[in-house]
Design a protein around this ligand. Structure first.
Ligand code: SF4
Length: 381
């Protein structure tokens, strides 16, 4: 069998993921096969800067399924850009500001008059130099991920988040006169409630104060703070796979609360994901082969109608409660991160304990999550 490929009905019972790249180096970065004015990212060559994330946020599938963390080499990305000659490049990665060549590469693109855009950034990776360069080259908005409403939730999800660094980043963004600050958040965490939301309200006052402080007397700077809230979808191969799916009414109540909080501040805007749509995602993310009849029907009448027809099945999938030894449909794909590690992270989620990020020295010096063993086996790398 081809390493890393599963053919339903023909592959062995368990299939191992194939991992590309020696430790720390992403040998063959992914990039768009087609660049088109009709694509979702219009006329943009998407280019992968890093794969695998060292921070280990417990809700994030990319943090688990792409381990270990590896960076592309600048020369490899330059070769792709020279060959494809795009007008615009979109940099994709798990932690863009961790890439040591980010600024030199952006400068190289700017010299060639190639436009660029970056996905969301970590607040603690925003230097004045990087922000100044982005502003100078015409970027008008910055996106920062907040993820959880309160310190307790961010700690439980292992976000490695510093409130001070975040507020400092907001002030800097405003000082450098970016017009829009986009904030991302997720709601629907197990046990999330009024205490977390009240803390969030206070934190948004601090965000508002930080952007005003950055504006100074000029009254210019971040004019719009846009908060985007999505619903937690407990994902396969993450510690949160043991969490119950959040209830639709609870999600609606949370969205209402966030909308109310944001509405208190002038120059802030709220956009919330529709909880009913998130439930569709949850159904697809959590179901196994038993949902195939519903998907087959969806090809004829569309997914929402097919889900209505298979109402009992949908409820069964969404209300399924997982225990420590529950076998998940996705367990037959081995991703390299051990189940034992994932479960210990779920226990730490519930206890509010943090796990440090991957060390610089790589997996062999660490051995925490099982990727060291996995890569030493045939086809592991
Ligand atoms: S073994 Fe350690 S360094 Fe390697 S992916 Fe796991 S946690 Fe990160």
């Amino acid at each position: 069998p081809l390493p890393g490929v599963m053919v339903p009905g023909m592959s062995p019972e368990r299939v191992r993921r194939a991992v590309v790249g020696a430790s720390n180096v992403l040998g063959s970065p992914a990039y768009s096969c087609f660049v088109s004015s009709e694509a979702q990212f219009r006329d943009m060559l998407l280019l992968e800067v890093n794969r695998g994330c060292p921070y280990g946020c417990r809700f994030c599938a990319a943090g688990s399924i792409y381990k270990p963390p590896r960076h592309a080499e600048m020369a490899a990305l330059q070769e792709i850009v020279e060959r494809c000659e795009p007008h615009k490049v979109g940099l994709v990665g798990t932690a863009l500001t961790d890439w040591p060549d980010l600024l030199p590469f952006l400068r190289w693109l700017a010299e060639r008059k190639v436009k660029f855009s970056l996905s969301s950034l970590r607040a603690d990776g925003l230097t004045d130099e990087l922000l100044g360069f982005l502003r100078h080259t015409g970027t008008r908005s910055v996106t920062l991920a907040l993820e959880g409403a309160s310190r307790r939730l961010r700690r439980a999800m292992n976000k490695h988040f510093s409130e001070d660094a975040f507020l400092e980043a907001v002030a800097r963004v405003s000082r450098l006169q970016f017009g829009t600050l986009k904030l991302y958040m997720i709601t629907g965490w197990p046990d999330e409630g009024e205490e977390d939301w009240a803390e969030f309200e206070e934190f948004m006052s601090c965000v508002d104060a930080a952007r005003k402080a950055g504006q100074g007397n000029r009254k210019k700077g971040v004019e719009l703070v846009s908060l985007s809230v999505s619903c937690l979808v407990p994902k396969a191969w993450t510690p949160l796979q043991w969490a119950d799916t959040p209830d639709e009414d609870r999600l609606k109540a949370a969205m209402k609360r966030f909308k109310g909080i944001v509405g208190r501040f002038k120059g802030m805007r709220f956009a919330g994901e529709n909880p009913a749509q998130a439930r569709v995602q949850m159904f697809l993310a959590r179901g196994g082969e038993e949902i195939f009849p519903c998907l087959e029907r969806a090809a004829e009448i569309g997914l929402p109608a097919a889900m209505r027809e298979h109402d009992a099945l949908v409820h069964d999938v969404l209300l399924r409660h997982a225990e420590r030894d529950t076998v998940f449909p996705w367990d037959r794909l081995e991703i390299g991160v051990s189940r034992k590690f994932l479960y210990s992270e779920w226990v730490k989620y519930r206890r509010g304990m943090v796990t440090p990020p991957c060390p610089q020295d790589g997996c062999q010096a660490c051995g925490l999550c099982g990727m060291d063993d996995f890569q030493s086996l045939p086809h592991g790398r």
